[in-house]
Design a protein around this ligand. Sequence first.
Ligand code: PMP
Length: 277
Amino acid sequence: MILYNDQLVKRGDVQIGIEDRGYQFGDGVYEVLSVYDSKIFRLKEHLDRLSYCAQQLGITLPVSLAQLETNLYQLIKTENVQNGQLYFQVTRGAAERNHLIPESSQSVLTGYATFKPRPIEHMEKGVSVITTEDIRWLRCDIKSLNLLGSVLAKQKAAEQGAYEAILHRNGIVTEGSASNLFIVKDGKLHTHPTGNLILNGITRVAVIEYANELCIEVMEQPFTLDKLKRADEVFLTSTVNEVMPIIEIDGKTVASGKVGELTRRLQQVYEARLKHL
Ligand code: PMP
């Protein structure tokens, strides 16, 4: 079943107009959420971010956040997805094609749940990444459906046998194509500050919280590619990847090439918290 505005319907019963602005302009926002043991990880934070992003673009949500919360739980129950992922998006809806924002259009929400195993093996062993220039727009804080900058970066990584592309603007590391990036240097965590250049990941916020609880200092300050390559530990975070160790960057190992100690500790806290959602 598919969540279609405020109803669960069969996939074939969803009707999206060819002039839907999500389809023609990427005019919409989306969220990806993880389901663990039939509970949605940090649902409130996802809904708050959705609300912020929609508001930044002047998109009116077709349902209230409370209704959406109920519907998402209904969706995972109906689909029997106890562990997996939820995807949903809201577009501005259909209107005669024109760049200008239509005075009235009915926004459209579609969403679905899928079973997807956690990337356990990668989390255990760590992954390799490449670095590439960040060619995205300057409102990366909005989780917009326009993803071509990320698509091209991730494709480039895959073509080089890497798991993710780490983006930089003029040598300053921003984030991954679909993840946030952290480094550890001399026992401190470093990550790019929030603002228009990165998406403030729900996992990023969770990891900063967990680090604070472990009394690990977190520096939310820009750092260079050079610093990234000299880091003691590097990991990325995202809903799908949780805390994912990076052991190789552009073909060179990070420190000794083994998953770092702080990364492991944060993975353990993350795991422990899943039991108390
Ligand atoms: N940055 C970008 C560009 C992303 O696409 C994602 C994944 N949605 C993230 C960061 C991580 O966000 P979250 O932890 O909310 O999944």
